[in-house]
Write a protein that binds this ligand. Structure first.
Ligand SMILES: [Zn+2]
Length: 155
């Protein structure tokens, strides 16, 4: 698909130093529309939806926030820490409202793997199907999310 003017404006806001120091694109020089389409195709191949992935991320975030920043056990086999920071950030896609700065760490004890994500990740995946550009510090690989957070296809 072709990148629209609106997509170009959104992509400009994702550059380093506009909303966050590192930006959301990393070393990825693809057009935003192509980043979105590639990740969307992978999610569809797995018979998943962005909503389902984001819901799982949120579920573990909610379970872990009782630790008030410390790592706590979350059944059946996770350790989760949720650090909520003071600041808020605007979504680069131009939503009204702000996203709280946060850092969520989930360790899967069974496969001994860990993933780190933020409330911004959850928001952008749920609302926009955006996992960030390759090489961005908070780029999330769909395969990592699926394997670490145990996100299965529908029964
Ligand atoms: Zn948004």
């Amino acid at each position: 698909m072709k990148q629209t003017e609106q997509m170009k404006e959104i992509q400009a806001k994702m550059k380093p130093g506009v909303i966050t120091l590192d930006g959301f694109l990393g070393a990825d020089d693809r057009n935003l529309i192509d980043i979105l389409e590639d990740d969307d195709a992978e999610v569809k191949r797995l018979s998943l939806t962005h909503e389902k992935i984001a819901a799982r991320m949120l579920e573990l975030r909610e379970a872990g926030k009782n630790g008030l920043g410390d790592m706590i056990g979350v059944p059946p086999h996770y350790e989760v820490s949720v650090d909520i920071a003071r600041g808020k950030l605007p979504c680069p896609f131009g939503h009204r409202g702000l996203i709280r700065k946060s850092m969520i760490r989930v360790r899967n004890i069974i496969n001994d793997r860990e993933i780190i994500y933020t409330d911004m990740n959850i928001h952008m995946i749920k609302e926009h199907g955006f996992y960030q550009g390759k090489g961005s510090p908070f780029r999330l690989e769909i395969s990592d999310l699926v394997e670490i957070l145990d996100i299965g296809p529908p029964e």
